[in-house]
Design a protein around this ligand. Structure first.
Ligand SMILES: [Fe+2]
Length: 185
């Protein structure tokens, strides 16, 4: 379950960057937890994909902070990041060797669905930040933020495609694990 404290309002530039910083700290946490979740069911390429997103988004957060300081002369602080607790799903308390095939399907489907829903919400937040910056005539800063809109749009497309592909094979575990086995560990 992913909690979000976000609501759309007209914001100052500092408030816009604080909102972005909060979301990015949440993104770092969700990709960390999704990597743990996929590793738990031995889907290592899926876990590594989350680790790769974690690195990209950590870099993106660092760039956001640097831009704000260089162009707006102060520090942005993530003061209220969303609480990410996807690993609190009851079934994840079991040792993974006790998981049944149905348990694994539930976990895999749940993880990918959480990823899709997170990126959908992130896209709304980043687009709103962009529109808000245009509204307050911060055009250059809006242009900087547009990179995050493009990145999240791409990532959402990838996450939705993964969900559709697995749904198309009705979450058939032998097929999912066979495809994964073709990748290096
Ligand atoms: Fe992401």
């Amino acid at each position: 379950m992913v909690a979000s404290n976000y609501e759309r309002t007209i914001m100052t530039i500092h408030e816009i960057f604080t909102t972005l910083a909060n979301r990015m700290v949440g993104a770092i946490m969700i990709h960390t937890q999704l990597a743990q979740l996929f590793a738990y069911v031995d889907l290592m390429p899926d876990a590594r994909r989350q680790e790769s997103q974690l690195q990209e988004e950590t870099h993106g957060y660092s760039e956001l902070n640097k831009y704000y300081t260089q162009h707006h002369h102060s520090i942005v602080i993530s003061d209220d990041p969303p609480q990410i607790d996807i690993l609190n799903m009851g079934i994840l308390k079991k040792p993974n060797y006790e998981l049944s095939p149905d348990d694994k399907v539930r976990i895999i489907k749940y993880g990918i669905n959480e990823w899709v829903e997170w990126e959908r919400q992130s896209k709304i937040i980043y687009e709103d930040a962009y529109k808000n910056l245009i509204d307050i005539s911060e055009v250059a800063t809006a242009d900087f933020v547009s990179r995050y809109v493009r990145d999240v749009d791409q990532e959402l497309g990838d996450a939705e495609r993964l969900y559709r592909v697995r749904d198309a094979i009705d979450w058939d575990l032998p097929t999912i694990y066979d495809k994964q086995a073709r990748f290096k560990k």
